[in-house]
Design a binder for this molecule. Structure first.
Ligand SMILES: *Cc1c(COP(=O)(O)O)cnc(C)c1O
Length: 391
């Protein structure tokens, strides 16, 4: 394509898209594993990882084959009917999620998985108050947005869903004080993603879990970003032995295709009724087939273990950069944040100029979410270039 052709493509997105996104001046055309190529043939190491949706790597051969096979047979099959791939997926989720989680509502995105969890928590408790964490991110539909912390996202859309309060993340006392007999649910990420890559502490997570049990509130874990191998375990809840009542998944669940799910305990399931929630595309054969292939690949190639090993090395190497601009390097597995003492945006752009795509997480954090299949040598290169731009 000519330069002017490419310019007019970008122009179309700018003029005809709703305009709700910041965009980087890059037109991507192809991916393979943890590499991406733009329309001019430039190659990038991908540490954006589809904001957490590309754990399996781009053009994953097994996921692609499953998508091709299923597309040949049947795309549309709502939950009015049975489908083999859906049944297999439910079985996979039951096996892999914490043992307290036994049944699943299939949906299409992370926000939707959170909406469903909030609705089901109301049904299970007959209460409506929700406690969430400061700096938490749960999506931008009305229910999920009410739980999200950022005022920039929330205030323009008030009035939101009533009954939400926020407590400081990792503050056991404040959280336990806020969770009462009136609380329907405490909703939390195990590692906060958008809020700056902040791992929860063991004490905090176990104490809020106990407090929820004590007062009959639902303990709701949002693993939309931490799920499917990202943090070094299939789910981050495993690091802390969590037993949630409700469990939200999406992002990498479909190996890149849109799909989400809300897991529920047997007790929550017993309070649900027919059509308490529904979704036209929920549990569609294509997304289910992709999810089964993605789960198979994660397990066969031990990607959670790989994320643990590479993530630990990567964080050590980043810490050894020793740039005076760095305040802290933190994370879990291959969910890694470098907090700076200044704004991270300019450095993310400099990394892009040098061939590394990274993300922000709040104003001062550089976030790395590479596909879990990334080569060790690519991560070495990312460390080198990060050191170079931060010197
Ligand atoms: C991305 C994200 C969501 C929202 O997911 P969408 O698919 O964008 O709706 C919810 N919770 C967490 C923790 C996320 O990272």
């Amino acid at each position: 394509m000519t330069d002017s052709g490419r310019d007019s493509m970008k122009h179309l997105e700018e003029q005809l898209g709703a305009g709700t996104y910041y965009k980087r001046n890059l037109e991507l055309v192809r991916g393979q594993g943890a590499r991406l190529w733009d329309a001019e043939g430039r190659e990038f190491i991908d540490c954006v990882g589809g904001q957490g949706a590309a754990n399996l790597g781009h053009a994953n051969p097994q996921v692609n084959q499953a998508i091709r096979d299923q597309a040949e047979k049947l795309l549309v099959c709502s939950e009015l009917f049975y489908h083999r791939e859906r049944a297999r997926l439910l079985e996979n989720l039951e096996r892999l999620t914490p043992s307290s989680i036994q049944r699943f509502f299939l949906c299409n995105s992370g926000s939707e998985a959170v909406e469903v969890a909030l609705k089901f928590a109301r049904l299970a408790t007959g209460r409506h108050e929700i406690v969430a964490a400061m700096r938490g991110f749960h999506g931008k539909t009305f229910g999920a947005l009410s739980a999200t912390w950022s005022k920039d996202y929330r205030l323009p859309f008030e009035p939101l869903v009533p009954g939400f309060t926020h407590v400081p993340f990792n503050n056991r006392q404040r959280a336990c004080d806020a969770i009462s007999q009136r609380t329907a649910a405490f909703l939390v990420e195990v590692v906060q993603g958008e809020g700056g890559v902040r791992p929860g502490t063991l004490d905090f997570l176990l104490d809020v879990q106990d407090r929820c049990t004590e007062v009959g509130a639902m303990f709701v874990v949002d693993e939309v970003q931490t799920g499917f191998g990202r943090t070094g375990r299939m789910f981050a809840s495993e690091h802390f032995d969590l037993f949630p009542d409700l469990f939200c998944m999406a992002k990498s669940m479909g190996g890149g295709l849109p799909i989400g799910a809300t897991g529920v305990s047997q007790e929550v399931a017993s309070r649900l009724f027919k059509l308490a929630h529904s979704s036209t595309f929920g549990g569609n054969p294509l997304a289910c087939a992709a999810a089964n292939a993605a789960i198979g690949y994660l397990e066969n190639f031990e990607l959670p273990q790989r994320a643990h090993k590479l993530g630990t090395q990567f964080m050590q190497q980043l810490r050894s950069i020793g740039s005076p601009r760095i305040r802290e390097v933190r994370g879990l597995g291959l969910m890694v944040g470098v907090e700076l003492k200044e704004k991270s945006g300019p450095y993310i752009l400099k990394l892009m100029e040098r061939g590394v795509l990274a993300l922000a997480a709040g104003p001062t954090v550089i976030r790395f979410l590479p596909p879990l299949v990334i080569e060790e040598s690519d991560l070495d290169r990312v460390v080198e270039l990060t050191a170079e731009v931060l010197q």
